[in-house]
Design a protein around this ligand. Structure first.
Ligand code: QUE
Length: 336
């Protein structure tokens, strides 16, 4: 028997969840998602469970995202049902975490991207260490910010959420606190002691005791430029504003944006604009609708996952190839 991919335990006053696919950076399979749903259902109404502690096995990752390789294989095979099951059940878990009604403590001590963010950001506290690395990298594989982040990202300070969604910028632990994705900074060396206290005490007081003031945000020098440029109404306007900045940082952002799927950049920007005016369930419904057109109806997702995760050649061929050639009526038609 192989080891379980999600290890659920009752410890002290806590329910604990260990994501256990360390070789795949704990990327979420449908099996893991179903075990999450089961745990949420059991522990929500169990008065002896005062809080949940969520962590990743292996020391390198919290959770690198969804098992998008499997989603791609189903899409290539023309199978819709497993793709719909994956996203609808994943998003139901995101909503279940938001409505859990008790602290859902995420210990983020490594890579946390996409689907991993969705397991942490809808409840709290969310603790990061100096080893944490958070990102929303979906535009690189022609997906879009999902798992309820279309609700979260527009509500981050200024235009930080749009910057993260479009460029896939990597945030270290301290940066994630300043951006609002994480809530507390605890050095890795003290994380296990804090975990033990949480489980024994059955409340989140230990988080406040162990938390330290994070170092300054690495993006602090660019904060004003992020808001100026990423608040523009279209992706081409964002690029124009970045070019107008005349800084090395701005030129690098343009280079990054020009490597991403042009369609995905436009879908993502339009999604965040809609998400700003929707509640979490409305955002998840919009995201679920979008997965149809993005995964089955457009070539870029297959090509992006092929390039980033299957062949790892880093040179995807996008359709259309440039932002200038994106058909905006086709983008609008992908939404509900
Ligand atoms: C964008 C993504 C993902 C990604 C890379 C991107 C994603 C995801 C993974 C991933 C990483 C390592 C693994 C794995 C998956 O990478 O969602 O199985 O071992 O899960 O640029 O959205």
């Amino acid at each position: 028997m192989s080891e379980p991919t999600l290890i659920l335990k009752r410890e002290g006053h806590a329910g604990t969840i260990l994501m256990n696919r360390p070789k795949a950076l704990n990327a979420l399979t449908l099996e893991m998602i179903r075990d999450f749903a089961h745990a949420i259902g059991q522990w929500r109404n169990d008065a002896a469970v005062k809080l949940v502690v969520l962590e990743g096995a292996g020391g390198r990752a919290f959770c690198a995202g969804g098992d998008v390789r499997a989603v791609r294989e189903a899409a290539v095979a023309g199978e819709h049902a497993p793709v719909t099951a994956f996203f609808s059940e994943e998003y139901a878990v995101n909503e279940g975490i938001a409505r859990f009604g008790k602290p859902w403590v995420s210990l983020i001590d490594g890579i946390c991207m996409g689907g991993g963010i969705g397991l942490a950001v809808h409840n709290g506290p969310r603790i990061v260490t100096e080893n944490a690395l958070l990102a929303m990298p979906e535009t690189a594989i022609a997906l879009f910010p999902d798992v309820g982040t279309s609700y979260i990202l527009p509500r981050l300070p200024g235009a930080i959420g749009t910057w993260l969604a479009l460029t896939g910028a990597r945030l270290k632990g301290a940066d994630a606190v300043h951006a609002g994705l994480a809530t507390h900074y605890v050095p890795r060396a003290r994380l296990q002691e804090m975990r033990d206290s949480l489980v024994q005490e059955g409340d989140t007081a230990a988080v406040e005791r162990f938390a330290e003031t994070p170092p300054e945000a690495s993006f602090a020098p660019q904060r004003a430029a992020i808001d100026r440029c990423f608040s523009q109404p279209s992706v081409l306007d964002i690029i124009g504003a970045l070019e107008g900045e005349g800084t090395e940082w701005a030129a690098e952002q343009v280079k990054v944006l020009r490597r991403m799927s042009p369609t995905s950049l436009c879908v993502s920007l339009a999604l965040l604009e809609r998400g700003a005016a929707l509640d979490l369930r409305g955002c998840l419904d919009e995201e679920l609708h979008l997965t149809q057109g993005v995964v089955h109806g457009h070539p870029d997702f297959r090509e992006g996952v092929r390039s980033v995760l299957v062949d790892k050649d880093g040179s995807p061929t996008w359709t259309p190839a440039t932002l200038e050639d994106v058909d905006h009526a086709a983008i609008r038609a992908m939404f509900r």
